[in-house]
Design a protein around this ligand. Structure first.
Ligand SMILES: [Zn+2]
Length: 110
């Protein structure tokens, strides 16, 4: 999917010219910064984000969905890890410091 979006950007010669000056306004595509003509179709997303085409809007929606999924799954993972660690610390004794000090002694001696 990322390579797909990248290819789209590369095939869009207007992006640099339009994007270098002003941030994307309501009269430019929020994804590729292509100027939006008044008489052309504008694809709105989340109420105030305009896109020049269904493709650009879909790309943004897909990106948002991926980010949301990633955040949700990383939150879930963190919760699972926290729960696992909490369980482990109940069942297992804290790690002994003996191996660490033994290693330190060896490195000092040599
Ligand atoms: Zn666009």
């Amino acid at each position: 999917m990322a390579s797909c979006a990248f290819f789209f950007f590369e095939a869009e010669p207007l992006r640099e010219a339009a994007g270098s000056h002003a941030p994307p306004a309501l009269d430019a595509c929020a994804l590729c910064a292509k100027p939006l003509a008044r008489n052309s179709d504008i694809f709105m997303y989340r109420g105030d984000t305009p896109f020049c085409s269904e493709d650009c809007r879909y790309e943004q929606m897909h990106h948002d969905a991926a980010v949301a999924r990633q955040q949700a799954s990383s939150r879930r993972k963190q919760q699972q890890q926290a729960q696992a660690q909490a369980k482990r610390s109940v069942h297992e004794a804290p790690p002994s410091r003996a191996p660490v000090s033994a290693k330190a002694n060896v490195s000092v001696a040599s």
